[in-house]
Design a protein. Structure first.
Length: 283
């Protein structure tokens, strides 16, 4: 099984892919989210993994556009804790470190810890790529900020674990496949967008049709070809498919356009063997 991921080997997308599919897969690194979508659409990969929102930074709006414009279907989701670690060559001590490399967002997530040390901070393209470069180039006085998986893959040691400032930080990843109209009979969540007309009260009329389901997310995003007009992304949670189907029928009567990204199982409630949110040990 080939699974397209955004980022390099050892990144959080790979961790999400392993969590959903298991480790017996081939992950295919992609430079961009659009490349992930293309590889799945073109059947170069069986599935794709794409981050859609973060508990701190919010939604990744550009990825909604990718879903909207591609012939892909959401088949599932997974939530992953974003735990950043200071990694270095085996035997390296904190006193030996003079420089820290990582993605700008990772550096920002760990800024409280980094501010306690007189290290030079260097921005790179990817957390996992930083770890790989340190290993390949034997950079004794350079540390990286990366996942536990990256440290494991490239033979590095974690010399300071979980240095991110905010510990309760999670990213939600969507699992993508080529569109096939198949609906999981055990599904209890759906992701879709709808478009209303521009009359007063149009959005309220749409919201009033959703009394049988739990509206867990409502996200507006602009329509590039129609300035100041918006599409509305919705995540619906429901107890049975009939509730969802009735809600969708009613919603179609009061909106101009609807597109369902996918109907799938809620990762936070469907598996009673898993905690509501995974722990740092998941990495």
């Amino acid at each position: 099984m080939r699974v397209a991921i955004q980022g390099y080997e050892g990144c959080f997308h790979q961790i999400a892919a392993h969590d959903y599919f298991g480790r017996d897969i081939e992950t295919v690194p992609c430079a961009t989210f659009r490349e992930v979508a293309r590889k799945v659409e073109n059947a170069e990969c069986d599935y794709g993994v794409m981050a859609i929102e973060n508990s701190i930074a919010g939604s990744i709006i550009a990825n909604y556009s990718i879903l909207q414009n591609s012939n892909l279907q959401v088949m599932g989701e997974t939530y992953q804790p974003i735990m950043q670690n200071l990694v270095a060559l085996p035997g390296t001590t904190l006193d030996q470190v003079t420089e820290v490399q990582s993605h700008p967002m990772a550096l920002l997530q760990c800024i409280e810890y980094l501010d306690r040390h007189p290290w030079k901070l260097v921005e790179t393209e990817d957390t996992a790529l930083s770890a790989r470069r340190i290993a390949e180039r034997g950079l004794r006085h350079t540390a990286g900020i990366a996942s536990r998986l990256a440290a494991e893959l490239f033979g590095l040691e974690i010399i300071a674990p979980e240095i991110n400032t905010i510990r309760n930080n999670y990213t939600r990843f969507m699992i993508l496949k080529r569109y096939d109209h198949h609906m999981d009979p055990g599904a209890n969540k759906a992701s879709l967008y709808f478009k209303t007309d521009h009359r007063r009260g149009s959005l309220l009329r749409a919201m009033n049709q959703m009394e049988e389901i739990n509206l867990s997310k409502l996200q507006s995003y602009p329509i590039p070809s129609e300035p100041w007009h918006y599409l509305f992304h919705v995540d619906m949670e429901f107890d049975c498919l009939n509730d969802y189907i009735r809600t969708l029928d009613k919603l179609q009567q009061v909106t101009e356009e609807i597109h369902v990204y996918g109907v799938y199982r809620n990762a936070l409630t469907d598996n009673p063997q898993k905690p509501a949110f995974p722990t740092a040990d998941k990495e």
